[in-house]
Design a protein around this ligand. Structure first.
Ligand SMILES: NC(=O)c1ccc[n+]([C@@H]2O[C@H](COP(=O)([O-])OP(=O)(O)OC[C@H]3O[C@@H](n4cnc5c(N)ncnc54)[C@H](O)[C@@H]3O)[C@@H](O)[C@H]2O)c1
Length: 248
């Protein structure tokens, strides 16, 4: 779906994980649809966005301040996309304290803190929209990803709770739940395990009923739909975007 040139004109958006695979495609799509974007990531220097907010989502003060920083720099805040995430592989017995702390911090605590700060700002201005990037693997257990699945499950539950609790304030909170997407997160995982990423992505595509894994734009289009007026009656929804492939 190509976005209309002005479909998001006037929309002031905060995107976390803006330098990553899905995040950079989302920032580009929002820019071309007329939005003003505050891009948050560890290093935002190379991102084409109206505002760049570099920092570490493991830092609670940075997370607590992101929504206000975006709001002040953009003159308001209509959309927040909590897109940043990290993946930790292996069963619980192979998970370190540091894996646990980082996954909880980035996948759960950061979106919690950003939403907690963003919702009153949005509600005070008559409403807004939050899209969290969870995962199919947080809705059903995938093998050997205990921490990733359980932190994404927490984000999915948080989305449902916030969607319910803040609908009356005009704040819609939903989540997109992809299966495999062709991004650095996926490719670096293959490389770490000694596979050629290009060959592995091709082989993985054959396991998907639609014949290929998702591109970042396949996910971005659904995020933009959830952010658009066409999704005005969606609140607390977990939208699976999986090419027909169930979790293994
Ligand atoms: N790629 C997939 O197969 C897939 C599938 C389902 C869900 N997702 C989710 O999609 C989202 C985007 O993932 P992606 O595939 O684009 O990954 P990616 O690794 O390309 O991008 C993630 C971004 O988050 C940023 N980030 C991570 N930790 C951070 C921290 N502590 N502070 C600041 N920024 C930090 C990274 O710098 C990176 O730019 C994630 O939440 C991921 O869990 C991805």
């Amino acid at each position: 779906m190509a976005q209309g040139a002005n479909e998001f004109a006037g929309c002031r958006a905060l995107v976390t994980g803006a330098a990553g695979g899905i995040g950079s495609a989302l920032v580009a799509a929002l820019n071309s649809a007329g939005a003003k974007v505050a891009a948050a990531d560890r290093d935002t220097a190379a991102i084409d966005a109206a505002v760049r907010l570099s920092g570490d989502l493991c830092d609670p003060d940075y997370c607590d301040g992101l929504a206000a920083a975006a709001h002040d720099a953009l003159g308001g805040l209509d959309l927040v996309v909590n897109n940043a995430g990290i993946i930790s592989r292996g069963p619980v017995t192979e998970t370190t304290d540091s894996d646990l702390a980082r996954s909880l911090a980035v996948n759960v605590e950061a979106p919690f803190r950003v939403c907690r700060a963003a919702i009153p700002l949005m509600a005070g201005a008559g409403g807004g929209c939050i899209v969290n990037v969870a995962s199919c693997w947080g809705l059903r257990p995938g093998p050997d990803h205990a921490l990733y699945c359980s932190t994404k499950a927490a984000l999915a539950s948080l989305t449902q709770c916030m969607g319910r609790d803040h609908a009356h304030q005009g704040v819609r909170v939903n989540a997109v739940c992809p299966n495999e997407v062709d991004t650095p997160m996926l490719r670096s995982g293959f490389a770490t395990r000694g596979f050629d990423p290009a060959t592995a992505v091709e082989a993985l595509g054959e396991t998907v009923p639609l014949g290929r894994i998702a591109s970042p734009d396949d996910i971005v289009d659904v995020i933009l739909f959830l952010a658009s007026d066409a999704a005005r009656y969606l609140c607390g929804s977990l939208v699976e975007v999986n090419g027909g492939k169930p979790v293994a």
